[in-house]
Design a protein around this ligand. Structure first.
Ligand code: GDP
Length: 701
């Protein structure tokens, strides 16, 4: 079966924003306009739109899918299939506590619309997400939203983008009026004023630019021309000679510059008042890359352990990345994936190169605003979901078994905070475990475990809010209520020097005895390298069948900790000597011996506690700067940089998470409610000795 839409007319995008900037409203409008044009074709027929609206309202536009597909014909071309673009919108979360969600969505999308509140401009979270998008090399378009709101200021918002995010922002539109006078938009490329008519702004009227705005529009247009022309020698010559540059040339050069992360076009409007969304959709088609424009995806050939590449082409061998596992009320577990190369038909078998298991691909689904569509085949660049995969988790690679590849993994940080949770009623225990297990499958930065000694359940994640929301979801989606304890820092333990020790577990008390005997060598690894087990046993001094038991014993000991019961990380454990007994040796005996050897060696290896250290940004009015800094020092914060921003001070610091509980309240009272901050996990670091001692003795929580 041939593909329905050429890859050149496919876009995989995301919409990202600070909470409340209008992401939901923008997405809703996007689905609405694309729905109209795709379903009805003729946009100017008011009655048809009204009918369609009614139906949609009844069914409810769903924008909760991890990926939603819609169609758009850009730039006023004729509405027919040959001109249609398929746009896949990948959902991105609004809060940075969901690091995993943000990262995995940025990983699979080729372009992001960044939405700003036209009153607030750039907010702290927009900055964090912006930097992550830089890391993943995602081309961007900015949309300054809410220009109808009291206090809206396009120029100020634009300046905050230029100053805080990128000097490469280039303005393609300016508003006609702001606040309650926001009537429309001036398109600086076409030099036309756009008005939005009809109940939903669906009818776009092009008009001459109002006389009183003409001079200003020309000024902006000149700035735009200069920035775009600077990206191309020929255009620059024309620009410098004062010649007119054709719009098509400007578009072409701008597109190339967006793809190369050199320019970021800025658009504006009001999602709520239906202004500017259609132009934003045009921009997605014009300036964002198609999957074919993206560089080949890199991965490892697991057989040869070599780096290999796959081009975004249907004729290549199949490769795809599972980026989200979601529980669907109708079909069960859905696995969303992005196809990087090749094609896949429903009913075929695939190889999960991450877990090493075969999977059968049952139904393949594509999610639209209000319906799901079953498809027979998907191709390079497509985003779809499949039902019933058993051993595929977030971040796993799916590929052709005959040509395996493991795509670059999305690396997720370990959780840094944990709380105890218990069901409100005893009867709910099982339901709660099930719900938590499901949620943990969806979100790799959320973990659950039971404390074997107390029988309590402990959940951990990336921040207080992260856990709060998961508990809330448990209540809403799984109908179990949980009572939570106080949040605790997820400390870890490690060793600082090499050490060796022997572990002997030998019992001879009538009948069959026990015999396990090992020598282990422990060696520190770099921070973040986790744990490695090396087997150096030669000549069968310990039979092969007992080696896995030794590793298991070590792993159990790692979980129990050395100093204060926290998991031990970042070390290498080598099994290099030992002995066995023909009759008495057993797996269990070796497991116990290994655990004993580990504990003995670890005590001599200079064990230390590790704590999560956060990256913090605090923004305070200048007059509170001294107090804010003093407070951070008292919390063991290390100030890395302070910057001036208008009459504000921006402080970047690294600070232990343990000192940050209740910081929101403290900052509020220090700054008369005017300070703000954002925080995300940065790395694990050694706890200073005096504090470690208090933690070990249980004096500090
Ligand atoms: P999200 O948190 O980024 O998804 O933001 P929402 O789309 O939920 O919007 C937050 C609030 O801002 C809601 O009350 C919206 O109605 C409102 N809002 C969104 N877009 C606009 C706009 O263009 N103008 C105005 N005045 N309000 C808007």
């Amino acid at each position: 079966m041939p593909r329905e839409y050429p890859i050149e007319r496919t876009r995989d995008i995301g919409i990202i924003a600070h909470i409340d900037a209008g992401k939901t409203t923008v997405t809703e409008r996007v689905l609405f306009y694309t729905g109209i044009s795709h379903k009805i074709g003729e946009v100017h027929d008011g009655q048809a739109i009204m009918d369609w609206m009614e139906q949609e309202r009844e069914r409810g536009i769903t924008i909760t899918s991890a990926a939603t597909t819609c169609f758009w014909v850009p730039g006023g071309q004729e509405r027919k299939k040959e001109n249609e673009y398929r746009i896949n919108i990948i959902d991105t979360p609004g809060h940075i506590d969901f690091t995993a969600e943000v990262q995995r969505s940025l990983r699979v999308l080729d372009g992001a619309i960044v939405v700003f509140d036209g009153v607030a401009g750039v907010e702290p979270q927009s900055e964090t997400v912006w930097r992550q998008a830089d890391k993943f090399k995602v081309p961007r378009i900015c949309f300054i939203n809410k220009l109808d709101r009291t206090g809206a200021d396009f120029k100020k918002s634009l300046d905050s983008i230029l100053e805080k995010l990128t000097p490469n922002a280039v303005t393609l539109q300016i508003p006609v009026g702001e606040e309650d006078k926001h009537e429309g938009i001036i398109d600086l490329l076409e030099m036309k004023a756009l008005k939005f008519e009809g109940d939903f702004g669906q009818i776009v009227k092009e008009e001459e630019i109002p006389e009183k705005l003409l001079a200003e529009a020309k000024k902006w247009r000149d700035k735009m021309n200069e920035k775009i022309a600077a990206e191309d020698e020929k255009l620059l010559e024309k620009y410098l000679a004062g010649k007119d540059i054709p719009v098509s040339d400007l578009r072409k050069v701008l597109r190339k510059a967006v793809l190369e992360y050199k320019l970021v076009p800025v658009f504006c409007g009001s999602a709520l008042k239906n202004k500017g969304i259609q132009q934003l959709l045009d921009a997605v088609c014009f300036y964002f890359p198609s999957p074919k424009d993206m560089p080949p995806v890199k991965g490892i050939d697991p057989k040869k352990d070599q780096e290999i590449e796959r081009k975004p082409d249907d004729s290549e061998k199949f490769s795809a990345l599972a980026f989200k596992i979601a529980a669907d009320p109708y079909v069960g577990t859905l696995t969303y994936f992005r196809v990087y190369s090749g094609s896949l038909t429903a009913g075929s078998y695939l190889y999960n190169s991450t877990s090493g298991e075969k999977e059968r691909i049952g139904r393949i689904l594509r999610m639209h605003a209000a319906e799901r569509e079953e498809v027979k085949e998907v191709f390079a660049g497509d985003i779809a979901a499949t039902v019933g995969l058993k051993n595929t988790g977030t971040g796993h690679t799916l590929c052709d078994e005959a040509a395996p590849i493991v795509l670059e993994k999305i690396s997720f940080p370990d959780p840094v905070i944990s709380i105890r949770i218990e069901p409100k009623t005893k009867a709910d225990q099982e339901k709660m475990s099930l719900a938590l297990k499901r949620l943990a499958e969806e979100d790799p930065t959320f973990k659950m475990k039971s404390d074997l000694e107390t029988g309590e359940t402990i959940i951990s994640g990336m921040g207080e809010l992260h856990l709060e929301i998961l508990v809330e979801r448990m209540k809403r989606e799984f109908k179990v209520e949980g009572a939570v304890g106080r949040p605790q820092v997820a400390y870890k333990e490690t060793i600082k020097q090499k050490a060796e020790a022997e572990g002997k577990y030998i019992r001879q008390s009538g009948g069959r005895g026990q015999y396990g005997h090992v020598w282990l060598r422990l060696k520190p690894k770099k921070r973040g390298e986790k744990f490695e087990f090396i087997n150096k046993i030669k000549g069968g001094i310990i039979p092969q069948e007992f080696i896995p038991a030794v590793e298991k014993g070590v792993k159990e000991a790692l979980d129990k900790g050395i100093l204060a019961g926290y998991p031990v990380v970042d070390l290498e454990v080598t099994l290099y000597d030992g002995s066995f007994h023909e009759v008495d040796s057993s797996e269990n005996a070796f497991k116990i011996a290994a655990s004993m050897a580990f504990q003995a060696a670890a005590k001599r290896a200079n064990p230390v506690l590790l704590e999560p250290v956060m990256k913090l940004e605090v923004i305070v009015p200048s007059e509170f700067f001294g107090d804010a800094i003093g407070d951070l020092s008292a919390r063991r914060g290390r100030i890395e940089e302070t910057k001036d921003r208008l009459n504000l001070k921006v402080v970047d610091a690294k600070i232990p998470l343990a000192e940050m509980f209740g910081y929101a309240t403290a900052l509020r009272s220090l700054t008369e409610g005017r300070g703000t901050f954002t925080m995300e996990f940065d790395h694990y670091d050694e706890v200073p000795a005096n504090i470690a001692q208090e933690i070990i003795e249980g004096k500090r929580r």
